[in-house]
Design a protein around this ligand. Structure first.
Ligand SMILES: [Zn+2]
Length: 290
C-alpha cells in the first residue's frame, strides 16, 4: 500500500508493463479471433461452416497461400512490405493444412494486432534457466496461436449450434470434423471445450509405439469450468474394452473410473478407433452428469 508512485494520476512515469497472465493473453487472442469471425460472417452474409483459412486472408492482409515442400515443418509465415505469404506443407492432409494456415493467422493476430510479444516476455516463469524460459515463451505462443486457430475454424457459437443438433457422441465427432473441415482430433478437442453438457474427451495412442501393450492418453479435454475428471487408471491394457476399440472399427460402450480430487466416479464411456497403422488412435467420450 505504501508506494505512492503506483497510485499517481498518470503524470509520473509508468511503473512498467502490467504483467499479463497466460489466461488473460488467451482471452485476448480468442476475442481477436472472434472479431475476425464476425467480420467474415458480415462479409459473406451467413455463418455456415466451413470457415476456411483462405476466407480470412483478405481480412488479415495475406497475399497468397502456397503449398510447398516443407519437410517436417507444417507452415511458414513470411512478412513482406505489402502483406503476408503463408507456405504450407503440401504433403499434409487438407484438414491439417487448414489448421496450420489458421495457426499462422493466429501469429498475425499475436504479433501485429495484439502485439503480445512484449507481454509474453513479462510473464514470470518459475525457472532460473534462461533457455527454459525462452522455450516456455515459445510454447505459450504456440498454444495461443492454436487457441485462435480453433476459434477461426470452429467458431464457438456456430460449433455449439451444430453440436446441439448432432448431439455429443463419437458419430458427431466425425460429422463435425467433416462439416468444419478439421481433423477428428481438433473436432474432439473442440467438442469437449464448447459442450454445455459436461463431457470428458480423451485421445488414446498405443504404447509403447513399436509393440503396443496397451493405450495411453495423449490428450484430455473437458468442458470449461466444470468438474476436473481424470481417468483413475491412465494406461489401459490389451484386455480392456478401449483396446478393443483400437483393434476394431466399431463403437465400444463401457464404463471407466474417473477421479475428481478425492471423488471417484464410474462414468459411461463411448470409444472408437480411427486411422491406420502408425496413425491409429482411439477417441473416448465420457459424460459426467449421468
Ligand atoms: Zn506457430
Amino acid at each position: 500500500m505504501g508506494d505512492n508512485s503506483l497510485k499517481s494520476g498518470g503524470s509520473i512515469e509508468q511503473p512498467g508493463m502490467v504483467p499479463l497472465s497466460l489466461k488473460e493473453a488467451t482471452s485476448l487472442m480468442i476475442e481477436k479471433a472472434k472479431q475476425l469471425v464476425n467480420q467474415l460472417v458480415d462479409y459473406r452474409g451467413h455463418d455456415k461452416p466451413p470457415f476456411l483459412p483462405e476466407e480470412y486472408s483478405r481480412l488479415v492482409n495475406i497475399r497468397k497461400t502456397q503449398e510447398t515442400n516443407l519437410g517436417d515443418t507444417s507452415a511458414l509465415l513470411l512478412k513482406f512490405h505489402d502483406g503476408y505469404v503463408i507456405k504450407v506443407n503440401q504433403d499434409h492432409s487438407q484438414v491439417r493444412q487448414n489448421f496450420s494456415c489458421a495457426h499462422e493467422i493466429g501469429h498475425i493476430l499475436f504479433s501485429s494486432d495484439l502485439k503480445l510479444e512484449k507481454y509474453l516476455h513479462s510473464i514470470e516463469y518459475r525457472t532460473f534457466n534462461p533457455r527454459k524460459t525462452t522455450d516456455l515463451q515459445a510454447s505459450d505462443r504456440e498454444t495461443l496461436c492454436d487457441a485462435a486457430a480453433a476459434e477461426l475454424l470452429m467458431p464457438e457459437l456456430v460449433f455449439r449450434k451444430y453440436l446441439s443438433t448432432f448431439g455429443i457422441s463419437i458419430a458427431s465427432v466425425e460429422l463435425l470434423a467433416n462439416t468444419f473441415k478439421v481433423s477428428l482430433q481438433s473436432a474432439t478437442r473442440r467438442m469437449a471445450e464448447v459442450s454445455i453438457k459436461p463431457c470428458v474427451a480423451i485421445l488414446w495412442y498405443p504404447w509403447p509405439k513399436s509393440k503396443p501393450k496397451g493405450l495411453r492418453p495423449a490428450l484430455r479435454r473437458q468442458s470449461r469450468e466444470k468438474a476436473n475428471y481424470m481417468p483413475v487408471h491412465n494406461n489401459v491394457g490389451l484386455s480392456s474394452a478401449l483396446y478393443k476399440a483400437y483393434q476394431n472399427d466399431t463403437i465400444i460402450k463401457t464404463w471407466k473410473l474417473f477421479k475428481d480430487g478425492n471423488t471417484v466416479k464410474r462414468l459411461p464411456v463411448e470409444a472408437k478407433g480411427f486411422g491406420h497403422g502408425e496413425n491409429r488412435f482411439v477417441i473416448s467420450l465420457s459424460f459426467s452428469d449421468s
